[in-house]
Structure formats: structure tokens, C-alpha cells
Design a protein around this ligand. Structure first.
Ligand code: EPZ
Length: 418
């Protein structure tokens, strides 16, 4: 079983090029099933989750080809509408094929997605949205089954601005007759990217990025070429790497607007962020101050940056408060950080962090994707050697993370040590 060995080194210095967004690529891959033409996606990151989604599309009969960061998907040969649990358990986002299959074929049978370390991850809002659109939904034997010949023209109000439910309902409404209005929609940049992709295929969707999205149904979609947006969470992870090592990194290939909530919190802590025309420079410094963070739906502070900021605030003297409002169990990295000497107390969804400068290396386990990233960041600061195990979580969402860190001076190696 591979693990990472991280040792305290000097401040990180240099330039990091951010890869394409995992959370934009996955829904767009699902949406590629909605046309019988060829879709060419560029800037696609090389991640485990992308491989799993490619396998899911192939199981449905689509043809998927990858050359470097280009993914070519041909949906003209789809001959199955059923996704077994081996996919939905491994990767929750595979349930996004349901909206795409319903839209184009009016039928889908997808195994329930698994929960994961950070929460039970229900899909009730997805299913309620499909039913509101007029699809007949059945839940039996661990599967969600949808079919019917619905007419669009409905208004749907989401109880919570769920990212996945917004994406799934947008897709399910795209090829229905009539106009669908989706209220209390999630506003993440990845939803805007999905809207732009669908509209280039011939859809007529307006309002992504705001809380009300209007989907005017069309008859069919055609194949297109599309470059996915950069990964704002990878960018944020490297911004924190510069801060926690008191270094200076230039972050290339980042959309400034998408990382505003991250910049705001770094500046509150006393980290310098300099905006340049082709990216941004992050300069950590010795004197930083504690702060309070509450995760919120976009454009609030992203839950996917919560573990990384917890690692940073664990090294900043003073008391910081972290409130996790999105997922019910997203503090799995706390016991691992405490092994390194971090002083963190958890009360429900609130973590009280008493920062200290004497963290020590330890053997720790990545419990989920962003928790793994947080442990690497803490290892860059801690005295001695930190060994990080369960790297499969990190490989799901970061492309060559240890290589990119090594290239800017991190003392980090990946090896077959058990
Ligand atoms: C997306 O997950 C992201 N994944 C997550 O990123 C991200 O943390 C999350 O959005 C929030 O921003 C992808 O885009 C592939 P949600 P998603 O539906 O769509 C509850 C990462 O690290 N909920 O917005 O599953 C749910 O339990 C991953 O890259 C319901 O109750 O998130 C959670 O508490 C982790 N019923 C909250 O809403 C539903 O039907 C937010 O979930 C759906 C969601």
C-alpha cells in the first residue's frame, strides 16, 4: 500500500499550474450522454474519479477515448440505461447520469450512491425534482428507477441549494417540452460551466450562478468541444500550502472570481494575496492571526476547503472557530491532526482550534479527499516526518499533488512503504 512521506522543509517557492476542475468535468461527462454526437472535452484532469465516470459511461454503451488532457465521448452507441452499484458506491457523482438518461431516453435505473466519510449523502432532492418534472420514480432493491413521458413547464423549489440536485434536475429538464424554473438552485461555478456546455450543445438554459435557473426544453443536442474550468479547490489547496509554509507561490490557471471566498479568509488571517493578470501570488508570512470560518454554499466559504484551512489555523497562535454547515461528518481529519499535536476540540459541527507552532510529524490516515490534502499541508509544517496512508482518497481528486508540491520545494516522496 503506497504512502507519502512528508518532512518539514523551507517555505515553498515557485509557480503551480492548476488542473481542470474535477467537479465540473464529472457532471459534464454525464451530460455528454445527452447527445448522439461526439463531445470533445479539453483540460480534463487525470484523476481516479474521472476514470470511474469513464467506466460508467462505457458500461452504458458510450465510447470514451482519452489522449493526455483530452477526453472524447461518443454517446451515439448507448444501449443500456442501468448503472449498477459498483459505480454509484465508488463515486457518488455517477448518479448524475440519471438526469442525462431521463432527458434523452426517458428511462434510467441507477443504484443508490454510497455514503462516504463525510456524510450519508442522500439523494432525496434529486428524486423529488425528477418527480416534480413528471417522471415516475420508483425506489426498490437499492435502485432508483425513473421513466415516463413528462411535459416540462414546472416550477421546482429545492429545500437546500444542493450542487448535485441542481445539476441532475437541469439535465433532466433540458430535453423536455416546456420551460422549467428551478428555484433555490446551487450557484457554484461548476453549475455555470455545465450550463455553458449544455447551451453550446443546443440547450436553452439561463440563470446558472444565480439562485433561479430557467430551462427552456429543446428537441435534441449536438456534439461540441468544451474546455472545463480550472479547479478552484486545487487552487485553494496550493494557496494554503504557500501560507502554511510561510512561502510564496504563483498560482497559474485560476478564475479569480471562483476563489474570492478563499482569498478573503486568507487575507483575514494575514496572508498576502496579489492579483496578477494571469493568476495570483500568495505570500505567507510569519505573523498570522486566528479567524472564524463558517462553510456555506457558494459564494460562501467552500466546505471543500474546510480541512485545509483547519490545518493552517492549527499552526496560527490563538483560537479559531470552524463551523461546518454543509456535511454532518466532515471533521474526520481532526483525530489525525491531533496525532500531530494539533489542539482541536469538536462539539457537533463546531471545531475550536487553538493554534500552536510545535506540531510534530506522525503516521496519519487520509479519511477522505480533502482531509488527505489537509494532512499533507500539516506535514509540510510539522517537525520531523509525517507518513500519510490511504492515498486512494487523494488520488480521486488531485492530479500529481506530490509532484506539483515537490516542484516548488516540498520535501515529499511517494513510495510503496506499508
Ligand atoms: C458536490 O457534492 C461536490 N461533489 C462536493 O465535493 C462538495 O463538497 C459539495 O458539492 C458541496 O459543495 C461534486 O461536485 C462531484 P450537495 P454533492 O448535494 O452534489 C445534502 C469534493 O471534495 N443533500 O450540494 O453531493 C447533502 O447530504 C466533493 O470534491 C441532501 O440532503 O453536494 C449535504 O449535506 C466532496 N439531499 C448537502 O446537501 C440531496 O438530495 C450538500 O450536498 C442532496 C444533498
Amino acid at each position: 500500500m503506497e504512502s507519502l512521506l512528508v518532512r518539514k522543509g523551507g517555505p515553498l517557492k515557485g509557480t503551480v499550474k492548476i488542473s481542470g476542475s474535477k467537479n465540473s468535468t464529472l457532471p459534464i461527462m454525464a451530460a455528454s450522454l445527452m447527445c448522439s454526437g461526439e463531445v470533445i472535452l479539453t483540460g480534463v484532469p487525470d484523476l481516479e474519479d474521472i476514470k470511474v465516470m469513464s467506466g460508467a459511461l462505457e458500461l452504458l454503451g458510450a465510447r470514451v477515448k482519452r489522449e493526455q488532457d483530452v477526453l472524447v465521448i461518443d454517446g451515439s452507441t448507448i444501449d443500456s440505461f442501468e448503472l449498477p452499484e459498483e459505480f454509484s458506491r465508488r463515486m457518488r457523482a455517477s448518479n448524475l447520469v440519471m438526469g442525462a438518461l431521463l432527458s434523452r431516453f426517458r428511462q434510467a435505473r441507477v443504484a443508490y450512491p454510497g455514503g462516504c466519510a463525510i456524510g450519508t449523502r442522500p439523494v432525496d432532492l434529486h428524486l423529488k425534482g425528477f418527480e416534480k418534472l413528471g417522471y415516475t420514480i420508483k425506489e426498490e432493491y437499492g435502485f432508483m428507477e425513473g421513466n415516463g413521458q413528462p411535459r416540462g413547464g414546472k416550477e421546482i423549489l429545492l429545500d437546500f441549494p444542493s450542487v448535485g440536485a441542481t445539476e441532475n434536475i437541469m439535465m433532466a429538464a433540458t430535453l423536455l417540452p416546456g420551460t422549467t424554473i428551478l428555484r433555490n438552485a446551487a450557484r457554484e461555478p461548476e453549475i455555470v460551466d455545465l450550463q455553458n456546455f449544455l447551451n453550446r450543445m443546443g440547450a436553452r438554459i439561463r440563470g446558472a450562478g444565480l439562485d433561479t435557473i430557467r430551462i427552456e426544453g429543446v428537441q435534441r443536442l449536438g456534439g461540441v468541444e468544451h474546455a472545463v474550468i480550472p479547479d478552484r479547490i486545487e487552487a485553494g489547496t496550493f494557496m494554503v500550502a504557500a501560507a502554511i509554509t510561510r512561502g510564496e507561490l504563483f498560482i497559474e490557471n485560476v478564475v479569480l472570481e471562483h476563489v474570492q471566498p478563499i482569498i478573503a479568509k486568507l487575507q483575514e488571517i494575514g496572508v498576502e494575496v496579489i492579483i496578477c493578470s494571469c493568476g495570483l501570488k500568495v505570500v505567507g508570512n510569519q505573523k498570522m492571526k486566528p479567524t472564524d470560518i463558517k462553510t456555506m454554499p457558494y459564494p460562501g466559504f467552500p466546505t471543500d476547503m474546510q480541512p485545509q484551512f483547519m490545518a493552517l489555523l492549527s499552526t496560527v497562535e490563538g483560537t479559531s472557530i470552524m463551523v461546518e454547515t454543509i456535511f454532518e461528518n466532515r471533521f474526520m481529519h481532526v483525530p489525525e491532526l491531533r496525532r500531530m499535536g494539533a489542539d482541536i476540540k469538536v462539539e457537533g459541527r463546531v471545531a475550536i482550534i487553538k493554534g500552536r507552532t510545535d506540531l510534530e510529524g506522525a503516521t496519519v490516515e487520509a479519511t477522505d479527499l480533502r482531509a488527505g490534502a489537509a494532512l499533507i499541508l500539516a506535514g509540510l509544517f510539522a517537525e520531523g516526518e509525517t507518513r500519510i496512508q490511504q492515498l486512494e482518497h487523494i488520488d480521486r481528486g488531485y492530479e500529481n499533488l506530490h509532484v506539483k508540491l515537490k516542484n516548488v520545494g516540498a520535501d515529499i516522496v511517494r513510495g510503496p512503504w506499508s
